[in-house]
Design a protein around this ligand. Sequence first.
Ligand code: GDP
Length: 424
Amino acid sequence: MVKAVVGANWGDEGKGKITDMMAADADIIVRFQGGANAGHTIVNNYGKFALHTLPSGVFYNHTTSVIGNGVALNIPILMKEINSIVEKGVPAPHILVSDRCQIVMPYHILFDQYEEERLGKASFGSTKSGIAPFYSDKYAKIGYQVQELFDDELLKEKVARTCEQKNVLLEHLYHKPLINPDELFATLHEYRDMIAPYVCDTSAYLWNALKEGKTILLEGQLGTLKDPDHGIYPMVTSSSTLAPYGCIGAGLPAQELKQVVTVCKAYSSAVGAGAFVSEIFGDEADELRRRGGDGGEFGATTGRPRRMGWFDCVASKYGCRMQGTTDVAFTVVDVLGYLDEIPVCVGYEIDGEVTTDFPVTSKLEKAKPVFKTLPGWKCDIRGIKKYEDLPENCRNYIEFIEKEIGFPITMVSNGPGRDDIIYR
Ligand code: GDP
């Protein structure tokens, strides 16, 4: 059986924690898209970890972690991450990397930086991890699959072609140092030696696992609103963040996906540029940012302060619908315990009309939030294990949002730890 954990919004919904928790009952955890541009924060018995490339299942010794073909694989970062968790006493994880997975090249990272520099004020707020140049090359069919590292003759010839093309841009568009083909070739040899122990045909591995009745968990990065097709284009990421794409990015039959757990955070946050209708500012935002998540809402990869806002029912209803949600995991509810009243965005006013349907980007830019204010519960709900034991106003908040978004909230997360979870 295949399950997915994905985000309904802009990312940072708490997917890492939910995946880590669900991994207890899974055999295999697969990353299917994205790269080291976003991170998951996980708190468990070994400590606190920020993972960028490794699936969140690496902390169990009963699971296999798969980097699927859909991922933007940064080989040195993967190696660094493996070392960093082993150093902290986590048993060496069992990791498999798809032979069809493509590699983030050193020049992808440079091009990401140079392009953001060139765009100046019009930049995307990229994490400069090379993700957009990587996926551009993948779809322009000039990317490098892992398997290509193992054929020197073809590799040498391809490196020469790559340098020719990239160096035109470096010289004439960016005015930056050129790539030396011999150096690039040598770097790719280093990459080959680092990755060799992990490479295999992961879709065949997953197929066999399915036949043996194993449970496979697909772990999404970012959220619906960052999907290149269905998100707030162009302020999106470069690979699909949707659960159905998980089957493509892992190499699994789509009809095997039986459970989609969409993670929604009890308030909103976003990184990077782009419309964010329920955004708040000033002291109100600072306080929520400081209290948010586990130690504040700051990017796991960049440390940037996240943009903050109230829960957005319009965006989340759409976010859940596009994922094919079977279950909503509603996270970080404990953080809201300090508020007397909690505004919730229940509609968008666009050109004088109120809608609850998430619009296309040009209309989204004009949307103003319509808020409804709910009473707060003014207490600490951490440690509560049963839904009935939550304060009434907290249950009302959850049930109000459940009704607005139209998908069942089956899990409520009231703390960062694995066990801070209430099942309904
Ligand atoms: P992801 O990218 O979706 O995994 O999200 P993040 O890594 O940004 O996770 C959000 C942050 O919230 C992390 O610091 C988590 O440890 C923390 N977190 C997750 N669930 C909860 C929760 O229910 N309560 C609190 N207080 N923190 C949580």
